[in-house]
Design a binder for this molecule. Structure first.
Ligand SMILES: C[S@@+](CC[C@H](N)C(=O)[O-])C[C@H]1O[C@@H](n2cnc3c(N)ncnc32)[C@H](O)[C@@H]1O
Length: 323
């Protein structure tokens, strides 16, 4: 979603007939990951008016707040993405595309269990992705008030060898963020790390799976009652029907779909064609496998073919009411 409109791209209305293979056509974007309430993103957009500024966060209220700020300020170079940062960086950015990444006070995840599970964002594999997607000399700005997280990131940086030159001061005075103000008030100071890209890692850019569209001959929308859930525990897929909408020429199913701890909010359309209907994601979607899985299952249910089934004959899906 976004309020700037370059001629070739309107993030809030991604055309799913031309899905993710056509990646973001931004030149030298500046990316802020985990923008929270978005104040810093707005400052970035004002300070660098000639650059596209892309804000990425998976927290819906923050995303809404930033979209409003962006519209109120009339900013044309600010784009807001309601996505997990891992997927954004790996799937949507091209190699050597980004000018800079900003990480302001990312979630520290204090529990050992969470750290071991890789919940901290700035880990060696992710740093490699950042290096791949940064142009030469591109920068990563990281600040945190948690010394333990800072030390952890330094260790992770060591693991990626010579990809970055490391500095402990920024090269410009970054405006404070909401979280920074709170930390300072409570007596915690920022620890700063500036990484400057020196080399690209030997990583292949991720292949993007095209979003699947499924043909059906007839359907009954009423079978998709709100709260209906499908799960594939073996593969960790999950989907929930939020609501259905009847429209002119197209009916919509509002859903949540997820895999591996990431979920997205998607509208799936049921479009009339010459010889029947086609079920396909309507809004912007990351072509992760769970989306195809969901579309296939929705199509099956809509056609009255009963419980969710999955590809390759797997029958691990279960259909359970939410409450
Ligand atoms: C502690 S808050 C800091 C917010 C803001 N940067 C500030 O300094 O005020 C961390 C933010 O990162 C976001 N976040 C955490 N993990 C994320 C991920 N994997 N992808 C996208 N956003 C993430 C959270 O939703 C939250 O808004």
């Amino acid at each position: 979603m976004g309020c700037g409109k370059p001629e070739t791209f309107t993030p809030c209305c991604w055309d799913t007939t031309k899905p993710l293979e056509e990646k973001l056509p931004f030149k030298d974007p500046i990316v802020e990951v985990g923008f929270g309430n978005g104040d810093f993103t707005v400052e970035l957009a004002k300070r660098f008016p000639e650059s596209p500024v892309l804000g990425v966060d998976r927290w819906h209220p923050g995303v809404r707040a930033l979209v409003h700020k962006c519209q109120n300020e009339g900013l044309k170079n600010l784009f807001v993405f309601n996505l997990d940062a891992n997927l954004f960086v790996q799937y949507l950015l091209k190699p050597a595309q980004a000018a800079a990444f900003y990480f302001n006070y990312p979630d520290p995840y204090f529990k050992k269990k969470d750290i071991e599970k890789g919940r901290r964002l700035l880990r060696a594999p992710f740093l490699k992705w950042l290096a791949l997607k940064l142009k030469d000399g591109g920068k990563v700005y990281f600040r945190t008030d948690v010394k333990d997280y800072f030390d952890y990131v330094l260790e992770e940086v060591k693991k990626v060898g010579d990809l970055f030159e490391v500095k402990f001061e920024f090269d410009w005075d970054l405006p404070p963020t909401k979280y920074e103000r709170k930390a300072l008030k409570e007596g915690r100071r920022p620890h700063k790390l500036l990484l400057i890209k020196r080399a690209s890692p030997p990583l292949e850019d991720k292949e993007v799976e095209p979003l699947r569209a499924v043909k059906i001959s007839s359907y009954d929308l009423s079978v998709l009652r709100p709260g209906l859930e499908l799960k594939d525990p073996k593969r960790g897929y999950f989907m929930k029907v939020e609501r259905t909408y009847r429209g002119e020429g197209v009916d919509l199913v509002e859903t949540f779909v997820g895999e591996e701890g990431f979920y997205q909010h998607l509208f799936v359309g049921i479009f009339r064609t010459k010889d029947g209907f086609v079920v396909k994601p309507k809004s912007f979607a990351v072509g992760v496998r769970s989306v195809s899985w969901m579309v296939e299952n929705l199509a099956r249910l809509l056609e009255g073919k009963g419980e969710g089934q999955t590809e390759e004959g797997s029958s691990t899906s279960t259909q359970t009411p939410l409450r």
